[in-house]
Design a protein around this ligand. Structure first.
Ligand code: SAM
Length: 257
């Protein structure tokens, strides 16, 4: 008997739906990984906040040795299953306190605003210290941040982005950003998520709904370069990732150990 693979955990489905299709940053991560001593053995890369592996898997499939670190075991479980035959290991740990045996990474990446999820300046300082401790001398830390988001409130008749939908084993998952608001310290992104079970006969169940909130710490590139310097890293400029139809652009802050 062939058993069907188990349905992915809910948080994996939402993560893939809300983050998985983003591609605009991949050329930059590939470029930074490939720039490490061309012609030498593939670079060792640490991705912090790797989620289900959108970036980590892309780099591992290009032959780089990748350590994918995240706080959420379910996301790393999915990543591990997708990494068959890739030079990739997963580590479940908090970006602010991790301690790995390897301390010779050539590149440490924090894509998609992960550094804005770490609990403000204190959390960022802890992470910057950990990143520096795990990079080899001259190694690169590159963090993608958003500095501004357009505010809107789709619950108040304003237009918002279109919803994203995926079907998994007959169940439909829909996610829609309904509000972005900004205060002095944070950018708050609210999404309505709904889950519609498969139809049984003539019966359609009411969708299950949940309200998801993500809060990003407000941060500027110059502020992060300064915090990096305070943590013993050397500022190495910024790069930019262009906006797409569906995603805002971001700035990538580069710091060297
Ligand atoms: C926006 S997602 C980015 C996922 C992936 N890097 C990508 O670009 O598709 C942010 C990730 O950071 C992780 N994260 C948040 N806080 C963390 C922490 N303190 N330590 C480690 N990971 C964390 C979340 O679990 C989530 O997977």
């Amino acid at each position: 008997m062939v058993l069907a693979p188990p349905r992915p955990a809910r948080e994996v489905i939402w993560h893939d739906l809300e983050c998985g299709a983003y591609r605009a940053d991949l050329p930059l991560w590939r470029e930074l990984a490939a720039a490490v001593q061309p012609g030498s053995p593939p670079a060792s890369i640490l991705e912090v906040g790797a989620g289900t592996g959108r970036v980590a898997l892309d780099l591992a499939r290009r032959g780089h040795r990748v350590t994918a670190l995240d706080l959420q075991p379910a996301l790393l479980g999915a990543l591990g299953e997708r990494a068959v035959a890739s030079p990739l290991e997963t580590v479940c740990a908090d970006a602010r306190i991790f301690a790995l045996t390897r301390r010779d990474y050539a590149v440490c990446l924090a894509p998609m605003q992960t550094i804005q999820l770490l609990g403000g300046p204190t959390g960022r300082a802890a992470f910057l210290d950990r990143a520096r401790a795990h990079l080899r001398p001259g190694g690169l830390l590159a963090c993608a941040i958003v500095t501004e988001l357009e505010v809107f409130d789709a619950t108040a008749e304003e237009d918002g982005p279109l919803s994203e939908t995926v079907r998994v084993e007959g169940t439909t998952y829909v996610s829609r950003a309904v509000r972005v608001s900004v205060d002095r310290c944070r950018i708050r992104i609210e999404r309505e998520r709904s889950v519609l079970a498969p139809k049984h006969g003539a019966q359609t169940a009411d969708p299950l709904r949940e309200h998801d909130i993500v809060e990003l710490d407000r941060l500027t590139a110059s502020g992060l370069l300064r915090e990096g310097r305070d943590a013993g890293l050397s500022p190495d400029g910024t790069r930019s990732i262009p906006a797409t139809e569906d995603h805002v652009g971001s700035v990538v802050v580069m710091l060297r150990a």
